[in-house]
Design a protein around this ligand. Structure first.
Ligand code: PLP
Length: 255
């Protein structure tokens, strides 16, 4: 049986983001994906219409059902939706300190739609940050999590909050011709990658990247190798992304 990543993530009916992105990306990384579903969202490639979160009890029941069943090496979280779900995941991770944990601190959809109450989610994430092997915030999430506008100071603040490693994703920064990602481990800048900025908006790019990293960690890669492999893979699947409608975000073609 392939090493498994257990994802705590929500359903996106468009198939671009959320648990479908996780399953496809982890499959492409070579690992097996299992899902504890945190929420059912109602959205398409253009906007989020709403969501209903899973109860804490049901979320934990899903995760616990596979713990002794699958060779779980890594947990990945995306949309958690409620502070109850964040607390449930924190309890679960404390019971399984041997799992790697990739925390993608999802607050809003790329289309701008709400995936939970941002202020309460930000406060609750404080409990998860020290449990993570790697955090993968974009710069909007990084600023929201730390309340700090300067990116270097914000990153250092995450380390002060207990982070072990942080991949800062620069897609939301005003760099018209490229995107810069920066990987920090224990507060130190370890690697910087720049790729050309592709035209358009993408749905599920963050989910795909974090999940591919989680898959490679589950398979035994070192953190920096897993991140760099995932960045190269993501650029390829975004290059061939498909536009469902002229105004929608593009859906990465992960196969
Ligand atoms: N998880 C779910 C269920 C979502 O619907 C979204 C965005 O719509 C995300 C996560 C985050 O997506 P992205 O990878 O585009 O940041």
């Amino acid at each position: 049986m392939r090493p498994t990543v257990l994802c705590f993530s929500g359903l996106d009916p468009s198939g671009g983001a959320g648990l479908q992105a996780d399953i496809e990306a982890i499959g492409q990384s070579g690992a097996h994906a299992a899902i504890a579903c945190t929420a059912l969202t109602v959205q398409n490639s253009q906007q989020v219409f709403g969501f209903e979160a899973t109860s804490k009890a049901l979320l934990l029941a899903q995760a616990n059902a596979v713990v002794n069943d699958l060779p779980i090496r890594c947990v990945k979280s995306g949309m958690l939706g409620t502070t109850d779900n964040i607390a449930a995941l924190a309890d679960f991770l404390r019971e399984h300190p041997d799992y790697y944990y990739v925390l993608d601190p999802v607050l809003v959809a790329n289309s701008g739609g709400s995936l939970g109450d941002q202020a309460t989610l930000v406060k609750a994430f404080v409990e998860l940050i020290p449990l993570a092997t790697l955090l993968t915030p974009n710069t909007v999430e990084l600023r929201a999590l730390t309340g700090e506008d300067d990116l270097e100071l914000a990153t250092q603040k995450l380390f002060a909050m207990g982070a072990k490693a942080v991949l800062v994703k620069g897609g939301h920064e005003d760099t018209p011709d490229h995107i810069r990602n920066a990987l920090y481990i224990d507060g130190e800048l370890i690697s910087e990658t720049r790729c050309p900025r592709l035209e358009g908006e993408y749905h599920g790019s963050g989910c795909s990247l974090a999940s591919f990293i989680a898959g490679r960690l589950a398979l035994g890669d070192e953190l920096q190798a897993a991140v760099n492999y995932a960045e190269t893979w993501l650029f390829g699947v975004l290059k061939q992304a498909e536009s469902p409608v002229p105004n929608g975000q593009k859906i990465p073609k992960r196969f």
